[in-house]
Design a protein around this ligand. Structure first.
Ligand code: ADP
Ligand code: NI
Length: 217
């Protein structure tokens, strides 16, 4: 199998797994993360093959999307072995997709491989900027969140459990609780450069929003 053929079967695998997604992790998110992972890998002078494969697969074992994470992990690993990935490649890919979620990083410092750093940066870049604003609103709407409430203070230093219990959050608080911090948590210089502009887009948006809310515009 050529690497191009391997990438194509991986793309099809992900498409079949995420076909019915309604959580903002559909194929459009995956394709943006894949493209970004490739761009970051090239910027960091790393072979984009494994970052691209892991980017395709990064949400197929997410606890929000599958009932049984361990079963989903075994399923992905078996699929990779059947499609000519070496044991070493399977290990790097599985480590990457198992360790990149935001909740994981709240548990403490995990040692991520360069491939995992690239994929996590690519995933997180998709949560900021204009796309990030839209995804936050889309997610918040689907989960019955308020748009904004000046009486609800943003939370700081959330535990993993608190982070998962988002029922009382407002969409605007999601920016100060998570999205504004992403820029400083990125690993690669390439991603940090891309994040500068996206950060400013969000800062300007929230400032405008609050000015209009308080009748100052
Ligand atoms: P990931 O793609 O890393 O798995 P999440 O599932 O945590 O990310 O979030 C998916 C999208 O929904 C992201 O853009 C994120 O910013 C947004 N989101 C997550 N939680 C909330 C929330 N409580 N309110 C608004 N947006 C949210
Ligand atoms: Ni993702």
């Amino acid at each position: 199998m050529t690497t191009a053929e391997q990438i194509e079967v991986v793309r099809q695998y992900t498409q079949s797994q995420l076909a019915n997604d309604q959580t903002g992790h559909g194929m459009d998110h995956i394709m943006r993360v894949v493209k970004m992972a490739k761009q970051i890998a090239q910027g960091e002078q790393i072979d984009p093959f494994l970052p691209v494969v892991a980017a395709y697969l990064h949400d197929t074992i997410d606890e929000k999307l599958v009932a049984d994470v361990q079963l989903a992990q075994r399923h992905v690993a078996d699929f990779l072995k059947k499609n000519d990935f070496t044991d070493e490649q399977v290990k790097v890919i599985m480590d990457t997709i198992s360790n990149i979620s935001f909740a994981h990083t709240l548990d403490g410092k995990v040692n991520l491989s360069k491939v995992a750093q690239i994929v996590r940066d690519a995933d997180w870049l998709d949560a900021i900027g204009a796309i990030g604003i839209m995804r936050a609103i889309y997610y918040g709407g689907a989960h019955g969140e308020k748009i904004y409430d000046p009486a609800i203070e943003p939370r700081t230093n959330m535990t993993r459990e608190e982070y998962r219990d988002l029922s009382h959050e407002t969409i605007i608080n999601h920016f100060s609780e998570k999205l504004f911090h992403i820029k400083d948590k990125l690993f690669t210089n390439t991603a940090q450069r891309i994040a500068e502009h996206r950060q400013q887009v969000m800062i300007d948006y929230v400032a405008e929003f609050k000015a209009e809310w308080h009748g100052e515009q």
